[in-house]
Design a protein around this ligand. Sequence first.
Ligand SMILES: [Ca+2]
Length: 98
Amino acid sequence: MKTYILLTFTLILVSSNLFAYPSELRSLTRSFPVIADSVIAQCTLCHLDDEYDLNQFGLDYDDSDSDEELAAMDSDGDGITNILELENSTYPGDSTSK
Ligand SMILES: [Ca+2]
């Protein structure tokens, strides 16, 4: 029984990671069409590496009140606003990406 519960929990956790993110990426792409077909339109745009944890841009995306607010922010603190990073296909949550 423990194995069944653990397996069920694992499947739910894995499937939520697999299926939840693309909807967020689609939503972000609707807000910022410039990222459609961009090399940055992938999990690491908002997440730390391939983990579920959010980077600062992902956290700001969740916490911001509007697309304009998110666009004007500099989530990774590298001096370049999020919208400029998105337009230039650099990661707004990674200060080493310029
Ligand atoms: Ca930045």
